[in-house]
Design a binder for this molecule. Structure first.
Ligand code: FES
Length: 92
């Protein structure tokens, strides 16, 4: 199955890329960027990201345990929203 049409990456290629990243550094978190780099590819349009991230989580469960940056910073703006509220003239 083709996962990334821009780079013609299959699910088998993705598994090989994950194995390469794991082999190079077993303790390093595996990211889509590292896997693409291991395959000699670069992310282009990003249309494949949802599927590649899902497959990455399935093929390398250790990767799925890492909290995403979006979740850590908060989907609603997190610290930035708090800063805006504190800086607002209405809050003074
Ligand atoms: S489909 Fe993967 S970068 Fe475009």
């Amino acid at each position: 199955m083709i996962v990334c049409s821009c780079n013609v990456i299959s699910d088998t290629d993705l598994a090989e890329g994950i194995a390469t990243v794991r082999r190079e550094n077993p303790h390093r978190p595996v990211t889509v960027g590292l896997v693409y780099k291991a395959l000699g590819k670069k992310l282009n349009c990003g249309g494949c990201l949802p599927l590649t991230m899902q497959l990455l989580a399935e093929l390398d469960p250790q990767s799925a345990e890492r909290p995403s940056r979006r979740r850590r910073s908060g989907a609603t703006g997190g610290a930035a929203a708090g800063f805006r509220a504190a800086a607002s003239p209405e809050s003074h």
